[in-house]
Design a protein around this ligand. Sequence first.
Ligand SMILES: [Zn+2]
Length: 236
Amino acid sequence: MYRNGRRLRGLERNLLAALLVLFLCVEWGPLSDERARWGIASGNPFVKEVALTFDDGPRDRGMPELLAALRRLDVPGTFFLVGKFAERYGPITKSIAAEGHEIENHSYTHPQLTTLWVEKIMREAERCNEVMNNLAIRTPRFLRPPGGGFNLKIFYALRRMKMRMGLWSVNTADYTGRPAHKIIADVLRGVRPGSIVLMHSGVPATVEALPAIVSELRARGYRFVTVQDLWNGGAI
Ligand SMILES: [Zn+2]
C-alpha cells in the first residue's frame, strides 16, 4: 500500500508538471492551436501576399533613394527602425511615415536583447516607441529583436508591453554587400504566399534589386502589403 501510495503521488506530481507545461505552452502561444499570439514570421500561406521589411534605419545615406524606389513601384514597406537613429534623423523618420509606410520597433540602441533582463528589454522597446510618439508616428506594435534571436525573457517583455514579435521568413542577407542579382535570385526563389522578406535600409544593392523583385512577384500574382496587413489577414 505504502509503495502504491508513493507511486500515486509520483504520478500526481507528473500529471501536475504536465498540466503546468501545457498551461505555459497555451499561455505563451507557440504551441497553441489558435493564431500564434506571440508574433509573426509569415502570413497566411494561402494568400499571395508578401511584405518587404527594412531594418536598421533610418540612415543618413540611401534613405531618399529607397523611399523613391518604393514610391515609384507603389509598394508599402515595413520599416523596423532603431530608436536612437529615428531620434537623430527625425525628419527622415517622419518622411517614411508620411509616404505611407509602416514603422515598427527594432529597439532603441540595437543590442542583443537575448542577453538583457526583462526590464532592460522593455526599456529598449519602450524608448523606441517613445521616439515615434514624439515624432507623432503611431506606436509600433511589432518588435524585431536585433539579429532575430529571442528567448522567454523577450516573449515575457513583449507580453507585458502588449507588443508582438515581428520576424521574417526570407533573409536576403543584403547587409553583407551582396550584389543586386543575388538578392533578386534569393527573394524570387524563397518567396511563398505570406512571406516576410528581410532587407535593410540604406543598402544600394537592395534599392537596385527592388524593381525586378516587384515586377516578377506581381507577374506571379503577388500583392505587396505590410506586416500589420499580414497579421490582420490571419498569421499562422
Ligand atoms: Zn538590425
